[in-house]
Design a protein around this ligand. Structure first.
Ligand code: SIN
Ligand code: CO
Length: 389
């Protein structure tokens, strides 16, 4: 099992990190996890990249036809790994935390950031000189060196308008000026805020880097998704009305009064806090891969659940499932994998237990109301939760 220190940030407190670094500037923590030993090796990582449902990529600095920066998407055939050059390539496997509980265990160390901001843990493996080129990400990322060593060069902040190398499937920066350099060894951690240009190059033949990524929806995604959510509950007769219409000088003019009527509808529908809350929790808990949520073939009944729990079985959260909650006017809202459930205030402790301890045993479950047990049963049958002995 992973041996995690009390804090990953060394002498920097969580408050200090959030105030001075988070979304602002990079932070390098030497030996953040002392004696770190990766619970997964390159063979297991390559094994995951053979699987149909796992998202993986291979980046080669020079492609099979001599082209610069070549990208291949998985799943891969086993013999692909036998025909790779000695150096200058990287295998990247997304969401390894969904498949390897020992990797998922690292997330506990990031509890100082809201869990619904987490995207996944991507793991890269590279022989000497392997790299994905200088680039920027739109996500905050903590780069944990798991094995071997990698030299990270950090540039300035960049954006969509910064020129990328043309005709390459990867968004590699055309120009990159290193302003800081860190050499990461096992257990070292580097935090990078979004849009900071960076360039990591493997220094050894066994370089493995874990990227703990945090997602943030774009304004486009927020507006589009919120509008879709609200639209579903609106009826046909709720529409633009103008009983205050007065005679216009020009029949084809869209007057400021007309715009004010439309704006009033937009403001009324889109800025209701309770609606935003109901949508945002659902949106931020949507699973990264919807098809990986496995619903029960034969739904479990309450009687069966009671029997199982009496035998010492515990309720756990499926790897890759997302839970969050909000305080609501008359209780709480529990969000789970893109859906929402009303929970009474009396069940707050048990809800916190589930979302923070990430498991429930028999006595904990029976301290909750029948309604909450009903929600648990529903989440077990949807695949958000599972029973483990
Ligand atoms: C890598 O692990 O090689 C790349 C990670 C990143 O820069 O985002
Ligand atoms: Co990156």
């Amino acid at each position: 099992m992973l041996q995690l220190p009390e804090s990953l940030l060394g002498s920097i407190s969580y408050e200090e990190f959030l105030r001075d670094y988070w979304q602002k500037k990079p932070l390098f923590i030497k030996n953040a996890i002392p004696d770190f030993e990766s619970p997964i090796d390159e063979h297991e990582l390559a094994g995951l990249a053979l699987e149909e449902q796992v998202e993986s990529r291979l980046v080669m600095e020079t492609g099979p036809n001599g082209e610069k920066w070549h990208l291949e998407n998985g799943p891969f055939k086993e013999d692909r790994f036998n025909s790779l050059p000695e150096s200058h390539w990287t295998l990247l496997v997304q969401a390894v935390d969904h498949y390897v509980p020992e990797v998922a265990a690292l997330m506990e160390a990031f509890d100082f950031i809201p869990s619904w901001r987490v995207d996944d843990i991507m793991i890269s493996y590279a022989p000497k000189e392997g790299s994905v080129g200088p680039h920027l990400d739109y996500y905050d990322v903590f780069l944990l060196q798991a094995q071997g060593s990698r030299r990270w060069q950090i540039g300035g902040f960049a954006d969509d308008k910064t020129p990328f190398i043309p005709d390459v499937a990867l968004r590699i920066l055309q120009e990159f000026d290193a302003m800081e350099t860190f050499v990461c060894e096992p257990g070292d951690l580097l935090y990078l805020p979004p849009q900071l240009a960076h360039y990591g190059v493997s220094q050894t033949d066994d370089c493995m880097t874990w990227s703990v990524g945090f997602r943030a929806p774009s304004a486009d995604e927020i507006v589009t998704s919120l509008a879709d959510f609200i639209g579903e509950s609106l009826c046909e007769d709720d529409r633009y009305k103008d009983p205050d219409l007065t005679l216009q000088a020009h029949t084809s003019e869209i007057s400021d009064e007309a715009i004010a009527r439309v704006k009033a509808i937009i403001t009324e529908k889109l800025s209701n806090e309770a609606t935003i809350k109901a949508w945002f929790g659902r949106y931020m808990t949507q699973p990264k891969y919807h098809d990986q949520l496995i619903a029960a073939e034969k739904p479990l009944t309450e009687a069966e659940l009671i029997k199982e729990m009496a035998q010492g079985v515990v309720i756990c959260i499926s790897e890759g499932s997302r839970l969050a909650f909000s305080e609501a006017e008359n209780g709480l809202l529990l969000f789970a994998d893109g859906d929402g459930f009303d929970v009474s205030v009396a069940d707050k402790l048990i809800l916190l237990r589930l979302t923070e301890q990430k498991s429930l045993d028999e006595s904990e479950l029976y301290s909750s109301s029948n309604d909450f047990i009903g929600i648990i049963l529903e989440l077990l049958n949807r695949g958000t939760l599972y029973l483990s002995d």
